[in-house]
Design a protein around this ligand. Structure first.
Ligand code: CP
Ligand code: NVA
Length: 328
């Protein structure tokens, strides 16, 4: 039997396919229970702390609601409201938080921070996004695929379009490799995943039967896709790169024409959100005024029957709840 009590959730690379399957099953179960109004207060008496060095809507709210619904208490600290990394070393902060809390969520820049928090705190640490990974998002995405695609995960083809070197693309590569899925990173060569990561996931793919591919050819890559996935062209902290990204990524904007090229009338469109599909987004508008169209997906696709982005967003909460329950 799977037992994840006391484990950190830093990257899917640390988990076996069986353990990931267990977390997905628990997520389906907790979601069904919530729908039925059944709460078992599985985290009663627990205290957790959420550390955010980048902004968030979904991740923060998902952790808060998931914890509160199961009876835990939550402290939220943003980058300006603690001593961490400024007046105090990460090691010391981690040791203190480990004495107060049963678990720590962290969102920020370096992956080494979540690793160090886990090393020094002695309690489970959950990765709420770093520059190179976003593992809780993948759990939500896999849950959403299971709800919308009538195939087992190891028969599903996911095409990740755009900046295939970002945290979401890497998180997807790990998830697909572990679950034996077909992953295509589709984007310009300049933004392809590093050789090191490709080799790492290909080694896992050999054991699980996953297919991991990289392409810059839209017509070939999207054929027979079950899922077209995209993300913003410049991630948090990379806003200065927008002009060069727009130049590289415009041919990879997700459009109805791209969905048609899949040849799959039931293809689903997914996005971790937030998205710039809407002209009216403050940042999109400012960039538009400067002549840059930063919409990674058209509004038409985003609002089409193919789009499952809000089910996906909801599933952040159910899957994060499963991670909390399993590790605490
Ligand atoms: N998808 C996601 O992580 O959203 P937030 O940045 O709003 O948390
Ligand atoms: N790649 C995006 C994901 C946001 C959830 C970013 O890091 O900003």
């Amino acid at each position: 039997a799977v037992n994840l009590k006391g484990r950190s959730f830093l990257t899917l690379m640390d988990f076996t396919p069986t353990e990931i399957r267990y977390l997905l099953d628990l997520s389906h179960d907790l979601k069904a229970k919530k729908r039925a109004g059944i709460y078992n207060y599985l985290l009663k008496g627990k205290n957790i702390v959420l550390l955010f060095e980048k902004t968030s809507t979904r991740t923060r709210c998902a952790f808060e609601v998931a914890a509160l619904e199961e009876g835990a208490h939550v402290t939220y600290l943003d980058q300006n409201s603690s001593q961490m990394g400024k007046k105090e070393s990460l090691e010391d902060t981690a040791k203190v938080l480990g004495r107060f809390y049963d678990g720590i969520e962290y969102r920020g820049f370096k992956q080494s921070v979540v690793e160090d928090l886990a090393k020094y705190s002695g309690v489970p640490v959950w990765n709420g996004l770093t520059d190179v990974d976003h593992p809780t998002q993948i759990l939500a995405d896999l849950l959403t695929i299971e709800e919308h695609v009538a195939k087992p995960l190891n028969k599903v083809k996911v095409v990740f379009v755009g900046d295939t070197r970002n945290n979401m693309s890497y998180a997807w590569m790990y998830g697909c490799a572990k679950m034996g899925m077909h992953y295509v990173a589709l984007g310009p060569k300049e933004l392809w995943p590093s050789e090191e990561i490709i080799n790492q996931v290909k080694a896992i793919a050999e054991e699980t039967g996953a297919i991991i591919e990289v392409s810059d050819d839209v017509d070939v890559a999207v054929k027979d896709a079950d899922v077209i996935y995209t993300d913003v062209w410049a991630s948090m902290g990379e806003e200065d790169k927008i002009p060069e990204r727009v130049k590289l990524l415009s041919p990879y904007q997700v459009t109805m024409d791209m969905l048609k090229k899949t040849n799959n009338p039931d293809v689903i469109f997914m996005h971790c959100l937030p998205s710039f599909h809407d002209f009216e987004t403050k940042m999109a508008k400012e960039m538009m005024d400067k002549g840059y169209d930063i919409r990674e997906v058209t509004d038409e696709v985003f609002r089409s029957r193919h789009s499952v982005v809000f089910d996906e967003a909801e599933n952040r909460m159910h899957t994060i709840k499963a991670v909390l329950v399993a590790t605490l």
